[in-house]
Design a protein around this ligand. Structure first.
Ligand SMILES: Cc1cc2nc3c(=O)[nH]c(=O)nc-3n(C[C@H](O)[C@H](O)[C@H](O)COP(=O)(O)O)c2cc1C
Length: 371
């Protein structure tokens, strides 16, 4: 059988060997933005997982742009150096053709939080929290602190920080730089009318609410050399009356395309706490297909994709170029191997693994002691 999932894909200047991407996943394991041994093992595993593309977690463009104290950054020489070392290690073991990306982000009003396994709520007093900022002064959730409304000069400084982080990412050797413009983080906080209530040039109608996202897009376009693929994770819908819709998503995608962004990853929700009611396999797929149909851009999407045949169907028959898996990768760090086997594709395994054929140990799971 010929698998579309395991066929190569050109993403602007970058060719990936298959259409399985590992989506960005915060690991809350950095020290002052610097990647740790945890990231080294994680990215090395991603490189050997069978996925053709691996995107590092939301990585802060400033120290205050982190989500939690454990979030990764690209805002200092030390954090750039740490990530460079991780990437170097991952590339040294990666399967043929695997490409690595990093997602750059400013958390805005969703910053200064506990990490996810500690509940994810805002850091309290005496917990090393910091002043959060946003397009407007409304908090992310009722019991969260109100962010400060950013002033003009602060906005411009943050745009510069995105450019610097993108430059650092390219210098570190990443093949792909992904702007996080979704999930309720700062770019989304300017884009969405649910959050952005500004009366000045950074808020108002759809065009003005795009001013900050596009200022960031312009800045990182200038900062990143053409051999690096630029992309963005964007919002297909806020799921809220008066919020962003797929028309806004298409409009943003077109603007990014005009700036030679090579792809968008279409996601949804989270502009406010609990604002992600979607369910069902590939719930973002229809919006992603719409963006692709209207722009012709390379489009990726994710969301509850767990099985090889679901992924194959999405890329072969649902109008999307690439799928992203997140939790399925945590569940099975060799998801790509397993998916290839199910689809009858023979992956070239690293020689150290050749005495094991994928699937050989499937039965062993049955005799594992129950936890
Ligand atoms: C542990 C964890 C961390 C995540 N961190 C990020 C992130 O840094 N950036 C992002 O865009 N999405 C993040 N997400 C969302 C995932 O990339 C993905 O879109 C979402 O989990 C749905 O895909 P799934 O059903 O395959 O898990 C995270 C998800 C998980 C489970």
């Amino acid at each position: 059988m010929t698998s579309v999932l395991f066929s190569p894909l050109d993403i602007g200047p970058v060719r990936v060997p298959n259409r399985v991407a590992i989506g960005p996943m915060c690991q809350y394991s950095a020290n002052d933005g610097c990647a740790s041994d945890w990231h080294t093992q994680m990215l090395m595993n991603y490189g050997m997982s069978g996925a053709g593309t691996a995107i590092m977690e939301a990585t802060a463009v400033t120290r205050e742009g982190r989500i939690s104290l454990g979030c990764l950054g690209l805002y200092s020489d030390a954090s750039e150096y740490a990530l460079t070392r991780v990437l170097h290690a991952a590339k040294s073991v990666a399967m043929p053709g695997v490409k690595f990306g990093v997602q750059i982000c400013h958390a805005g009003r969703k910053g200064s939080t506990h990490n996810n396994w500690s509940g994810g709520g805002p850091l309290g007093r005496h917990e090393s929290g910091w002043r959060t900022v946003s397009s407007s002064a409304a908090p992310y959730a009722d019991n969260w602190p109100a962010p400060a409304e950013l002033e003009d000069a602060e906005i411009l400084a943050i745009v510069d920080a995105y450019a610097m982080a993108a430059k650092r990412a390219a210098r570190a050797g990443f093949d792909i730089v992904e702007l996080h413009a979704a999930h309720g983080y700062l770019v989304h906080q300017f884009h969405s009318p649910i959050c952005n209530k500004r009366p000045d040039r950074w808020g108002g109608d759809a065009e003005k609410r795009l001013r900050f996202p596009l200022a960031v897009a312009d800045a990182i376009r200038d900062a990143v050399p053409e051999h690096v693929a630029l992309g963005a994770r964007i919002t297909g819908t806020d799921y809220l009356d008066g919020g962003l819709t797929i028309e806004d998503g298409v409009r943003l995608a077109k603007e990014l395309q005009a700036r030679r962004f090579a792809y968008v990853c279409v996601s949804s929700g989270n502009i406010v706490h609990g604002g992600r009611p979607a369910s069902g396999v590939g719930f973002n797929v229809p919006n992603a297909a719409r963006v692709r149909a209207e722009t012709g851009m390379v489009v990726r999407t994710g969301g509850l994709i767990a099985e090889a045949n679901q992924a194959e169907e999405i890329v072969s028959a649902k109008g999307v170029d690439q799928i992203a898996i997140a939790r399925a990768q945590l569940d099975d760090p060799r998801w790509g191997w397993r998916a290839a086997e199910k689809l009858g594709v023979k992956l070239e395994l690293p020689p150290q693994y050749r005495r094991v054929s994928p699937g050989q140990w499937a039965g062993a799971k049955l005799v594992r002691p129950q936890a």
